[in-house]
Design a protein around this ligand. Structure first.
Ligand SMILES: C[S@@+](CC[C@H](N)C(=O)[O-])C[C@H]1O[C@@H](n2cnc3c(N)ncnc32)[C@H](O)[C@@H]1O
Length: 247
């Protein structure tokens, strides 16, 4: 399905949604194997950027199959309430069936577009996202940043993780070759569509790193810091919504 897409099309929500509906069959396996476990380590580190306490509300945007949740639920003395949001029906259904034992008042998944979601203002102590930024163009990222601001309680924090283009020339060449040419082969080996997995390299090249999108989060009224994981192969934007001024 990912053949012959023009730049505009690749950010079209219908295209992105269909891409992940199709990739959902193999995403889990290909993702774990091709990242040599790094993706899991990075998600764990992402969660550790936030000091989540028992009963805090965490909104997981672009939640996929709930890949971040085991890290959110790892500490039994600090289990949050989790609300996942994803627009791929297949990803949402798989997240629900994989976590059927945990679904209930403390774990819910909304099958919605995050840019047009039904959650109320100031609902979240934390907003997180693993690998969900790259399929947004700049205008959509601006809208996403304003949703993060809307969803967070004053003083609440967010952290978004994304695969990125490292600044070191040698590492960049090797890593981008791997993303663009090797991962699609793995995708095919696991019976996925190699064209879909080729899109990972396409989106990552265009995305760059969280530094490129940080100003959009700043403009939305969020205080931000950018961090690099593993020499910039992944980057993280962490930030906070300002507390309401005391009157
Ligand atoms: C690369 S997967 C990431 C899944 C998971 N968070 C992880 O850590 O692996 C990106 C997910 O974002 C979802 N997504 C992309 N744009 C979206 C949007 N506008 N609204 C809701 N979900 C979206 C896709 O359906 C897909 O499940």
């Amino acid at each position: 399905m990912a053949q012959n897409q023009t730049d505009g099309d690749i950010y079209n929500p219908k295209f992105v949604c269909a891409l992940f509906d199709e990739m959902s069959k193999t995403y889990d396996r290909v993702n774990t194997i091709t990242s040599f476990g790094f993706n899991q380590r990075w998600r764990k580190k992402l969660v550790s950027e936030l000091q989540i306490k028992q009963g805090d509300v965490v909104v997981d945007l672009m939640s996929g199959m709930g890949e971040c949740w085991k890290h959110l639920l790892a500490d039994p003395s600090a289990t949050p309430e989790i609300i996942g949001v994803d627009f791929s029906r297949e990803m949402v259904e798989k997240s629900r069936s994989k976590h059927s034992n945990e679904l209930g008042p403390s774990l819910a998944v909304l099958h919605e577009d995050v840019l047009n979601n039904s959650l109320s203002h100031d609902v979240a102590d934390f907003v997180i996202s693993g690998f969900g930024l790259k399929t947004f163009d700049l205008e959509q990222t601006r809208m996403l940043a304003s949703q993060v601001h809307r969803l967070l309680k004053p003083g609440g924090m967010f952290a978004f993780l994304e695969i990125s283009v490292p600044s070191n020339r040698v590492l960049r060449a090797a890593y981008m070759f791997y993303l663009k040419h090797i991962i699609p082969v793995f995708g095919q080996l696991f019976l996925g569509n190699p064209d879909n997995y080729r899109m990972l390299g396409v989106y990552t090249s265009k995305f760059g790193s969280v530094k490129e999108v940080a100003p959009l989060f700043d403009e939305a009224g969020l205080e931000t810091t950018c961090k690099r994981y593993f020499f910039g192969c992944a980057t993280v934007i962490v930030g906070r919504k300002h507390c309401a001024p005391s009157s």
